[in-house]
Design a protein around this ligand. Structure first.
Ligand SMILES: *Cc1c(COP(=O)(O)O)cnc(C)c1O
Length: 469
């Protein structure tokens, strides 16, 4: 039944003078007869299959499954039981309730580029600039389509038209999906000047490379890996003391130092935490702004916990250059993301509220007792065993950080764990899990309390389908 729900919601306009009961009766009468519905669906499915067979298809397909799939939208909600908090394949950061509501409100007409008071054209950036300034201490800010767009625009604005952009060899990195710093710099129209070595770059390396046509110095946070051992790089404060504008790509969007705010994470891996268990390995926007960086770039949907977006915060002159660059239009953020971003940033004004309401932060900081309670419900509902596991942050943030906690292990049974995981994935709703040593692991960290019942039902369903082979 549930799988048809997404198509069953018509526009609901209140009709005055008609009671709710009458409305319900007339809606029931308007349902199409079962044979008409079935015939339409069957015709479409068979026509498609006939065309495939005529074109030489020889594969076996389950036409009933395919017919049902026709009724479902392609982009659907899934249940994330993987324990990977910022899961790129699952849409990265899930939005806070306030951000979801903001998206729904902005979906119709809205004052995206209109100053209501004066009735004049306004800037879409105005909706988030004040919040970004407040949260990072920057003079000015803009939002664009994603983090990659922020870096591209920053490089183009400060070092485009063939000016030099100086980067440490230790930071010529690939973020994923073909986003490689040297290629982005080239696309921005800047001339890459490499300094230092893979493992060590010093302030003097930058200083010696500086020339009259140096547009900017670029620093890139190695988000998705860590270099350990004989390594050295230059702190943002020192880099900013050199003179040329500095672009700081900090990646995952920590606004303020989160270290002191996260004592709940314990027993974690090296390099991402200090001795007291505080997260230290993600640089904060506020620190880079205070150091004097011209443009600080970060993502909206990593540790910020908001929608896909790229943020640029920094000095007024540099932001103005980015804003007026021709690429700004091509990279601009849309109203739905902007609405979610404004709501997410508003939550960040109160750190306590942010940690409670923003799912990414709540999952990162959830206490062990709560996880255990969820694990117990899952285990008793599925007959699985509670074992110790580790969740991950994902999304190329805090790559070494392992978040210990209880997970529920389901034996693969005679068909194997991979098959059970597959059945869970193709069920309705799809449930995504981890497979480890012929068990399917359900990680309660990325589940909400009200999803536990659905997961238990999905496991029973998946086992039944496995049994049918
Ligand atoms: C993630 C990341 C990007 C790209 O941001 P998207 O939002 O994924 O486009 C760029 N730079 C760094 C350092 C990152 O971590």
């Amino acid at each position: 039944m549930g799988r048809f729900d997404s198509f069953a919601a018509p526009y609901r306009h209140g009709r005055s003078g008609v009671s709710a009961e009458e409305q319900r009766q007339s809606a029931l009468r308007a349902l199409p007869p079962v044979d008409r519905l079935a015939v339409e669906l069957a015709r479409a499915t068979l026509a498609e299959r006939r065309a495939e067979l005529l074109a030489g298809a020889a594969d076996e397909v389950d036409l009933v499954q395919r017919a049902l799939a026709r009724l479902r939208p392609s982009l659907r909600p899934v249940i994330n039981a993987t324990g990977v908090i910022i899961h790129t394949n699952l849409g990265r950061a899930p939005l806070a309730a306030a951000a979801r509501a903001a998206v729904a409100r902005a979906a119709g007409y809205c004052n995206l580029e209109l100053e209501l008071e004066r009735g004049e054209r306004g800037s879409r950036h105005a909706h988030v600039e004040r919040l970004l300034r407040e949260l990072t201490g920057a003079e000015a800010a803009i939002a664009v389509n994603n983090g990659a767009a922020a870096v591209l625009l920053a490089a183009a604005a400060l070092a485009g038209a063939g000016r030099e952009l100086i980067v440490s060899r230790g930071q010529l990195i690939e973020i994923g999906g073909g986003f490689r710093i040297p290629e982005v710099v080239a696309q921005a129209g800047a001339r890459l000047v490499e300094v230092g070595t893979t493992n060590r770059t010093r302030l003097d390396d930058y200083r010696r490379a500086m020339a009259p046509d140096t547009g900017a110095l670029l620093r890139v946070h190695p988000s998705n890996f860590r270099a350990l051992g004989f390594v050295q790089d230059v702190e943002i404060e020192a880099l900013c003391s050199l003179g040329p504008p500095v672009i700081d790509d900090i990646g995952s969007g920590v606004l303020d130092e989160i270290g002191a705010a996260t004592p709940a994470v314990d027993g974690v891996g090296p390099a991402d935490v200090d001795r007291d268990g505080h997260l230290t390995a993600e640089p904060s926007a506020r620190r880079s702004v205070a150091a004097g960086a011209a443009l600080v770039c970060f993502s909206g949907d990593k540790l910020l916990g908001g929608p896909q977006a790229g943020l640029l915060v920094g000095r007024a002159d540099a932001i103005a250059a980015a804003r007026s660059h021709p690429l700004a239009r091509a990279l601009r953020i849309d109203k739905l993301s902007l609405a979610a971003l404004e709501a997410t940033l508003a939550l960040h004004r109160d750190p306590e509220l942010a940690r409670r309401e923003i799912p990414t932060l709540a999952m990162l900081l959830v206490d062990g007792e709560r996880l255990r309670g969820r694990a117990e419900l899952l285990a008793s509902g599925t007959g699985g065993a509670i074992v110790e596991g580790e969740s991950r942050v994902g999304g190329g943030a805090l790559p070494l950080l392992e978040l210990p906690g209880p997970v529920v292990a389901l034996p693969g049974g005679e068909h194997g764990a991979a098959e059970l995981a597959r059945e869970l994935r193709v069920g309705d709703p799809p449930v995504l899990t981890r497979v480890h040593r012929d068990t399917v692991l359900l990680d309660p960290r990325t589940l909400s309390d009200d999803q536990l019942g659905e997961v238990v039902r999905a496991v029973a369903e998946a086992r039944r389908r496995c049994g049918r082979g």
